[in-house]
Design a protein around this ligand. Structure first.
Ligand code: ADP
Length: 505
C-alpha cells in the first residue's frame, strides 16, 4: 500500500532556483495515513519571503521578459505547464496522496481538474480586452485591463493542487508574478509542480514558492508592502487576519474563500435513494474536509425517519482507509489537531442532545482516522449545528415548511454553498433564490467546472475564484468599473432538473 515515489524537491523555489531557507530550519511532512514523517522540507519565513518578493518584483519590471511578452505567449507557457502536469500525473497524484491521505482516485481527479483549469486560463490570456468610451468633449478615452503586480497566493491543504491551479491560472494569464505558499501539511505535490515552471520555461522570478508555516511565511506575505494582491483560501479566522494585515500594511487587494456550514435541503418529493447518496457524499467525500461540504442536512418530516435510517446504513458501509488502498472511499483527517477538533465537536453533539447513530470515534489504527458519523435530531443551537466541523460528521435536521427551512438554512454567519433536492421547479427556484450563499446546487452536489466562479456570501469570503476580471486585474486610466451584482443560472440536464445558481459580485 505504500508508495515508492521519490520525494525530490524539498527546498524553496525562488528565481527559478532551488535554495535553502536562510534560517536553515526545516519542517516535517507527515503522511496522515500513518502519522509518520516522510520528508523534511526547508522552512521559509520572513527573510525568504522577502527574497521571493524581490525576485517577483524584478520579473514584473517594465522592461522584463515577462512584461514584454505577448499575451498569447503567456497562454502558450500555461498550456506547456498543463501538459507537463499531465505527463507527470502519476507522480503528482502519489505525492498528493502522501501529503493529504486522500484516495488515489480522488487525487488523480484533483490533478486533472488542475490541468483543466490551467488550460481554460491559457486560452483566456490573449482575450483580456478593454473598451473605448464615449466622452463629452474632445478627448479619446479607453480602458485597459492591467496585471496588478506581485500576487501572494496562500493555498490550503484540502485541495492543494486544484486550488493552486485555480489561483495561478488567472494570475499568470493576466501577467502577474507570484509568490506562492503551499500549506505546511501538503507541500510535496506543489513543490513538484514548481519544478515544472522552469521546465515550461517561465522566466526567472515569475513564479516563486515558499513552503512554511502560516503565522510566519503566510503572515510575511499578507503584511508585505510590495505585494499588490493576496488570494487566500482557508479558515474564516485566518481570512480575517489577512484582511487586517492588508489594512495595516499597503491596502493590498484581498480575495478570500473561507469556511462554510452549507445546508443540504431534501424535500419529500426528492428521489430518496439518490438524495441519501448525494447527501452522504457531500459530507463524507474527502472525510468532510471540504469548505462547501453539505454539513447541515435538512430533511422534510414526511421522509425524515426513512432518510435517517438509510443514511446510517450508507455511512456504516463507507470504506475508510489508506489512500493507497484501492478499496478506500475516503482517507484520514489531515493531522492530529484536526482530528482532536472533530472528536471534541462530536462529544459536544452527544452532550447537547443530538442522537448519535453510528461512528463518533477515532479508528483503532495508526494515522488520523475518524469513523463516518451520523447524528439526527440536530438543531442550530448545538455546536455541531453551528460550527464548521471539517470532518466526516453528518448532522440531520428536521423541517416542515419551505419558509421554515429557508429561515433555518440562512441562520448562519457562513454563506458558501447550499444544495436542494426536489422534483418541483418552483420549490427549487424559491429556495435557490432565497438562500444567501455563493453557489446553490439543485439535485447535485459539489459540481465544479473551470468556467464557473466560486466564492461566498457573508463570512464565507470576499471576491470570487475563477473570474479573471474582478480577481487579478486592475482597471486604470479614466474609468473604474464596478462589476454589478448578477446571477448566472446554469442548467444541467442529465438528471431531472439539475442546475446551479451562482451569485457573483
Ligand atoms: P485550516 O484551518 O483549514 O488549516 P488555515 O486557514 O489555518 O486553514 O490555513 C490555510 C492556509 O493559510 C495555509 O497555507 C496556512 O499556512 C495559512 N495561514 C495560516 N495562518 C496564517 C496567517 N496568520 N497568515 C497567513 N497565512 C496563514
Amino acid at each position: 500500500m505504500a508508495s515508492n515515489v521519490n520525494i525530490e524537491f524539498r527546498k524553496l523555489f525562488i528565481n527559478n532556483e532551488w535554495v535553502d531557507s536562510k534560517s536553515g530550519k526545516t519542517f516535517p511532512v507527515i503522511n496522515p495515513s500513518t502519522g509518520e514523517s516522510v520528508a523534511d522540507i526547508q522552512e521559509a519565513d520572513e527573510a525568504d519571503v522577502n527574497q521571493a518578493v524581490q525576485a517577483a518584483k524584478k520579473a514584473f519590471e517594465r522592461k522584463s521578459t515577462w512584461t514584454q511578452m505577448n499575451a498569447s505567449q503567456r497562454g502558450e507557457l500555461l498550456i506547456r505547464l498543463a501538459h507537463l502536469i499531465k505527463d507527470n500525473v502519476s507522480i503528482i497524484t502519489e505525492l498528493n496522496t502522501i501529503d493529504s491521505g486522500k484516495p488515489l482516485t480522488a487525487s488523480i481527479g484533483e490533478v486533472l481538474q488542475g490541468v483543466s483549469l490551467l488550460t481554460y486560463y491559457a486560452g483566456l490570456a490573449d482575450k483580456i480586452n478593454g473598451q473605448t468610451l464615449l466622452s463629452d468633449g474632445p478627448v479619446f478615452s479607453y480602458t485597459r485591463r492591467e496585471p496588478i503586480g506581485v500576487c501572494g497566493l496562500i493555498v490550503p491543504w484540502n485541495f492543494p493542487i486544484s486550488i493552486l491551479c485555480m489561483k495561478i491560472g488567472p494570475a499568470l494569464a493576466a501577467g502577474c508574478t507570484l509568490v506562492i505558499k503551499p500549506a505546511e501539511q501538503t507541500p510535496l505535490a506543489s513543490l513538484f509542480i514548481a519544478s515544472l515552471f522552469k521546465k515550461a520555461e517561465f522566466p526567472a522570478g515569475v513564479v516563486n514558492m515558499v513552503p512554511g508555516y502560516g503565522p510566519t511565511a503566510g503572515a510575511a506575505i499578507s503584511n508585505h508592502m510590495d505585494i499588490a494582491k493576496v488570494s487566500f483560501t482557508g479558515s474564516t479566522e485566518v481570512g480575517k487576519l489577512i484582511l487586517k494585515a492588508s489594512a495595516d500594511s499597503n491596502l493590498k487587494k484581498v480575495s478570500l474563500e473561507l469556511g462554510g456550514k452549507s445546508p443540504n435541503i431534501i424535500f419529500a418529493d426528492a428521489d430518496l435513494d439518490y438524495a441519501v447518496e448525494m447527501a452522504h457524499q457531500s459530507i463524507m467525500y474527502h472525510s468532510g474536509q471540504i469548505c462547501c461540504a453539505g454539513s447541515r442536512t435538512y430533511v422534510h418530516e414526511d421522509i425524515y425517519e426513512e432518510f435517517v435510517k438509510r443514511s446510517v446504513e450508507r455511512a456504516k458501509k463507507r470504506v475508510v482507509g489508506d489512500g493507497f488502498d484501492k478499496k478506500s472511499e475516503s482517507g484520514p483527517q489531515v493531522d492530529e489537531d484536526s482530528l482532536k477538533k472533530i472528536l471534541d465537536l462530536i462529544e459536544s453533539g452527544k452532550k447537547e442532545g443530538a442522537k448519535l447513530h453510528c461512528g463518533g470515534k477515532r479508528m483503532d489504527r495508526s494515522g488520523y482516522f475518524v469513523e463516518p458519523t451520523v447524528f439526527s435530531d440536530v438543531n442550530e443551537n448545538m455546536r455541531i449545528g453551528r460550527e464548521e466541523i471539517f470532518g466526516p460528521v453528518q448532522s440531520i435536521f428536521k423541517f416542515k415548511t419551505i419558509d421554515e427551512v429557508i429561515e433555518k438554512a440562512n441562520n448562519t454567519h457562513y454563506g458558501l454553498a447550499a444544495c436542494v433536492f426536489t422534483k418541483d421547479l418552483e420549490t427549487s427556484l424559491t429556495v435557490a433564490h432565497a438562500i444567501k450563499a455563493g453557489t446553490i446546487w439543485v439535485n447535485c452536489v459539489n459540481y465544479f467546472s473551470p468556467q464557473q466562479p466560486f466564492g461566498g456570501y457573508k463570512q464565507s469570503g470576499i471576491g470570487r475564484e475563477l473570474l479573471v476580471y474582478n480577481k487579478i486585474l486592475r482597471l486604470s486610466l479614466l474609468y473604474s468599473l464596478q462589476i454589478k451584482t448578477c446571477k448566472i443560472i446554469l442548467y444541467c440536464l442529465t438528471y431531472s432538473m439539475k442546475f446551479c445558481v451562482y451569485e457573483m459580485i
